[in-house]
Design a protein around this ligand. Structure first.
Ligand code: BES
Ligand code: MN
Ligand code: ZN
Length: 509
C-alpha cells in the first residue's frame, strides 16, 4: 500500500473514502469531523442525535455525501471516551477504518491523524499509531492460498494534515509507523508460515537476506558443527532428534560510531515443538509452528533496525531448531552440558526452549552487552498466569532495564507485566544428577523457567519476556479481538523492541 501525506482539509479530498473520528459522548463534533459535518449539511450531527453514532471504540459509520464533497464516502470511527484515550485507541480506530475500507472495495482512502492534540500525544506518535493500525489491520496471511481474496487491499492511504507547519511531524511518524508495522507483518508471516516452509535453514536464509540489504549489518550462521565446537550442548541436545539441520543465527547491526552500550536481543527459534519424547497431545499442536515467535520478532526487529539505521550496536541471536521425537532424540533423564559448562538434567524434553536459550544467553556474553533481552514462547504457565492476549511476563536482573522495557511496552501497546525471580524457584530446579534440572514441575512453572534462564545470563543486565500468550492470536473475530490483530501470528515484540531500542539509542550517556 502506498502511503502519502498531504496538506489540506480532508473534506476537499477526492477519494473513494475519507475517514474522520468521534470521541464518545460528543454531540457537536469540531475540527475536521465538524468541517465534514458542515459540508454534509449536518448529517453526522443528525446521526449522533438519533443515537446511531456514539463514538464508541470499534464503531464505524459510513455516510454518502451525494456530491456535497468530492469524496465518495465518509467514515466516522469511534475513539472511545476522551478520558481513556491512548495511542492504542488510535491504532484500533485506524485498523477499524482500514478494514471497513477494504470491506467496501475502496481503492484509495484518506484519514486525518486521529486524536492529534488530544490525550497529550505528539502529532508524530499519533501519526505513527495511525499508520501502524492501518497496516496491521489489513494484514492477512495468504502466501499458500491459490484463491485470491474476494476483496483486494486498498492501494493508497493518505494522511491529511491541515497545518502546513506540522507536516514534517506527520511524515516522521508515518515513516516510523510504516517501518515498524511492515516489520511486524514480517514476524507475523514467519509465525503463520508452516514449519515445512519455515525451517531453521529458511530462517537462516532470511537473516542473510536481511543483512544483505544494509551496509552496516552482518549475518553469521553457525551450523551444528560450529555449535559443537562452541560446546553448545544444550542447543544441540534439542536439535539432535530432528532431521532438519539446526542453525544458530547471529545478525549484527554495527554502525561506524556505536557510542552506546551494545544491546543483544535473543529469540527462541523452535520452528516446531512436538514436545519431543515428552510428546505433546495432538490437539492444537499445529500452533507449535509458532514456537519461533520470539525468533521471528528478533529477525523482524533487526530488519527495522537496519531501515532506521539506529546509531547503536544491536545484535540479534536466534537459536533455531525443531523439537522432534525420534530414534536420535534426547530423552528424559539425559544430561546436557551448556556452553558455560553447567550441566542440565532433562526432566522434560518439552522444556526445550530454555535449553536452546541457555546456550544463546551464554553466547551473548561475548558481546559485553549493556543489556540482553530475550523473547520466548516459553511456558503455558505464563498464559495461565497472565491470560491470552493480555500481557507478556517480564523478568530480569536489572531494575533500570525492566523499567525501560515496561515503558516501551506502554508506548508501543505491547504490554509487559513484571514477574518475580525468587531464589526459591531455584530450589525447585535441583537435580540428582546434574547442576540443575530443566523443569521444576507444574507449580510456579513460569518462575522456574525464568530462574533457569538466569543461570545462563551471567555478566550483563538481563531481561526475559515470556510471550507464550501473546505470539499467537486465537480469539474469534470481533468484538472481542482488537482490530489490529488477526487470528494467527501477532508479531508481538517487534513494536516493543523497536521502541525500546530507539529510546536506548536516544539516551545521552
Ligand atoms: N512452547 C511451549 C510453551 C507454549 C505453550 C507456548 C503454549 C505457547 C503456547 C514450551 O516449549 C513448553 O512446552 N513448555 C512446557 C514446559 C514444561 C514442560 C516445564 C509447558 O509450558 O508446559
Ligand atoms: Mn516445549
Ligand atoms: Zn516450546
Amino acid at each position: 500500500m502506498d502511503i502519502r501525506i498531504v496538506v489540506g482539509g480532508i473534506q476537499d479530498r477526492e477519494d473513494d473514502l475519507i475517514v474522520v473520528n468521534l470521541f464518545e459522548g460528543v454531540q457537536t463534533p469540531g475540527g475536521a469531523t465538524g468541517a465534514v459535518d458542515q459540508a454534509l449539511g449536518g448529517a453526522i450531527r443528525e446521526a449522533i442525535a438519533a443515537g446511531d453514532l456514539r463514538g464508541k471504540r470499534g464503531e464505524v459509520s459510513v455516510f454518502y455525501p451525494r456530491g456535497a464533497i468530492p469524496a465518495a464516502r465518509v467514515a466516522v470511527v469511534g475513539l472511545g471516551p476522551q478520558g481513556a484515550f491512548s495511542l492504542q485507541a488510535i491504532r484500533e480506530a485506524a485498523a477499524t477504518a482500514a478494514k471497513k475500507a477494504r470491506e467496501m472495495g475502496v481503492r484509495s482512502f484518506s484519514s486525518i491523524v486521529h486524536g492529534a492534540g488530544a490525550g497529550g500525544f505528539s502529532l508524530e506518535s499519533a501519526s505513527q499509531a495511525v499508520v501502524e493500525g492501518t497496516i496491521l489491520g489489513l494484514y492477512r496471511y495468504q502466501e499458500l492460498k491459490n484463491k485470491p481474496p474476494d476483496r483486494f487491499d486498498p492501494e493508497r492511504f493518505t494522511l491529511v494534515q491541515f497545518d502546513p507547519d506540522k507536516v514534517a511531524e506527520v511524515e516522521a511518524g508515518a515513516s516510523m509507523g510504516e517501518i515498524v508495522a511492515e516489520a511486524t507483518c514480517l514476524a507475523r508471516d514467519l509465525v503463520n508460515r508452516p514449519s515445512n516452509y519455515a525451517t531453521p535453514s529458511d530462517l537462516a536464509e532470511l537473516a542473510m537476506e536481511i543483512a544483505g540489504e544494509f551496509d552496516e549489518m552482518r549475518c553469521q550462521i553457525l551450523s551444528e558443527d560450529d555449535a559443537d565446537e562452541l560446546e553448545m550442548g544444550a542447543f544441540l541436545g534439542v536439535a539432535q532428534g530432528s532431521d532438519e539441520p539446526a542453525t544458530f543465527i547471529i545478525l549484527e547491526h554495527k554502525p561506524e560510531r556505536p557510542d552506546l552500550d551494545t544491546v543483544v536481543i535473543v529469540g527462541k527459534g523452535i520452528t516446531f515443538d512436538t514436545g519431543g519424547i515428552s510428546l505433546k497431545p495432538t490437539e492444537k499442536m499445529d500452533r507449535m509452528r509458532g514456537d519461533m515467535g520470539g525468533g521471528a520478532a528478533v529477525l523482524a526487529t533487526m530488519y527495522a533496525v537496519g531501515q532506521l539505521d539506529l546509531s547503536l550496536h544491536v545484535v540479534g541471536l536466534v537459536p533455531a531448531t525443531e523439537n522432534m521425537p525420534s530414534g536420535q532424540a534426547y530423552k528424559p533423564g539425559d544430561v546436557l552440558e551448556a556452553m558455560n559448562g553447567k550441566t542440565i538434567e532433562v526432566i522434560s524434553t518439552d522444556a526445550e526452549g530454555r535449553l536452546i536459550l541457555a546456550d544463546a544467553l551464554a553466547y551473548a556474553a561475548r558481546f559485553e552487552p549493556g543489556a540482553v533481552v530475550d523473547l520466548a514462547t516459553l511456558t503455558g504457565a505464563c498464559v495461565v498466569a497472565l491470560g491470552r492476549g493480555v500481557a507478556a511476563g517480564l523478568f530480569g536482573t536489572d531494575e533500570d532495564l525492566l523499567a525501560r522495557l515496561q515503558a516501551a511496552g506502554e508506548v508501543s501497546g505491547e504490554r509487559l507485566w513484571p514477574m518475580p525471580l525468587y531464589d526459591d524457584y531455584l530450589d525447585k530446579l535441583e537435580s540428582l544428577t546434574a547442576d540443575l534440572a530443566n523443569s521444576g514441575g507444574r507449580d510456579g512453572g513460569v518462575g522456574t523457567s525464568a530462574m533457569f534462564l538466569k543461570q545462563f545470563a551471567e555478566g550483563y543486565p538481563w531481561a526475559h519476556i515470556d510471550i507464550a500468550g501473546m505470539a499467537f492470536e486465537e480469539r474469534p473475530n470481533t468484538p472481542k479481538r482488537p482490530p489490529h490483530l488477526q487470528k494467527g501470528g501477532t508479531g508481538f515484540g517487534v513494536r516493543l523492541l523497536v521502541q525500546f531500542l530507539r529510546e536506548w539509542a536516544a539516551q545521552s550517556g
